[in-house]
Ligand binder design. Structure first.
Ligand SMILES: O=C(O)CCC(=O)C(=O)O
Length: 280
């Protein structure tokens, strides 16, 4: 993550990573979705939460299960969960051993409703936070929205309230419903293959889709290696884990403590210096 990218992410709570997927990867992901298009579940038009400005003629589409799809269709999604273009960003924000919390595909046809603007710096959520401390950023749930079709200016889709990950006051309802201060929001134009990196505590959602092509976005969710939002009972690796690379398997490991900054590092350095002094 460059110094400019750190500055922008800290300031706004999101970053656009251009060309994260190659054209071949975008084509493979779209072919896999085409093959499974019959499994897209159209939601019951319930995400606008009554907003006059977010309502649409139809619900958005949800599609999941990509990691278990038959070959070759699962492959590009398995690569996406630990993609070399994207993991350095996740490591910077979440630390070593970051974990996958889940992934899903969002589709929107022309006229599909938006998604009310949820989350924000307040109220504080232990799993979904943003801190700057001791010269670096720390994040709770952190997501990638990997675009598989172009998103042109004004077409809708993912939108957010920049800087709201640091909000100290609750977001008023009429702002969450996109009925007031709309000029404060940004809709994020992107090309197929671009990824939007955003911290979940950024106030975010979606604007109704006006594009004449289908919106396709893969939302990949991560958290630090010590956190799991969904685990109940004993953790068991899924059956397909044996088919994954080491890097891919690492992101689906059980949550556990990692010595990110060994606490005894300084004392070890002191002892080593003393021993070196004695042996001279
Ligand atoms: O991209 C979108 O449609 C909204 C995604 C969203 O709000 C979320 O991932 O929580």
């Amino acid at each position: 993550m460059t110094e400019t990218e750190k500055y922008l992410f800290d300031l706004h709570g999101y970053l656009v990573i251009r060309g994260a997927l190659s054209p071949a990867e975008v084509a493979a992901a779209n072919a896999a979705i085409d093959h499974h298009a019959g499994q897209i579940q159209i939601r019951p038009n319930d995400l606008a939460h009554g907003s006059a400005t977010l309502q649409g003629a139809t619900g958005r589409g949800d599609l999941g299960g990509m990691l278990t799809w038959e070959r070759p269709h699962c492959e590009v999604f398995r690569e996406m969960i630990a993609h070399p273009r994207l993991t350095p960003y996740l490591g910077e924000l979440l630390g070593p051993g970051f974990r996958l919390e889940g992934l899903g595909i969002i589709t929107m046809e022309k006229g599909a409703e938006g998604f009310w603007f949820h989350e924000g710096g307040t109220p504080y959520d232990r799993s979904r936070f943003y801190h700057y401390h001791n010269g670096r950023m720390y994040t709770g749930m952190t997501n990638l929205a990997v675009q598989l079709t172009d998103v042109n200016p004004g077409e809708g889709g993912f939108a957010c309230l920049p800087g709201s990950h640091k909000a100290n006051y609750p977001c008023p309802g009429e702002i969450r419903l996109y009925e007031a201060h709309q000029e404060r929001f940004v809709q994020i134009p992107a090309k197929a293959g671009d990824a939007i990196l955003f911290v979940e505590c950024l106030t975010h959602g979606a604007l109704p889709w006006t594009g004449s092509h289908q919106r396709r976005s893969v939302i990949v969710r991560y958290n630090s290696g010590v956190v799991s939002e969904g685990l109940m009972g004993t953790y068991t690796l899924p059956p397909f884990s044996a088919e994954l690379s080491e890097a891919q398997r690492a992101v689906i490991s059980a949550p556990h403590y990692r010595h990110e900054f060994p606490k005894d590092q300084e004392v070890r350095a002191t002892i080593a210096a003393r021993q070196a002094g004695r042996s001279q």
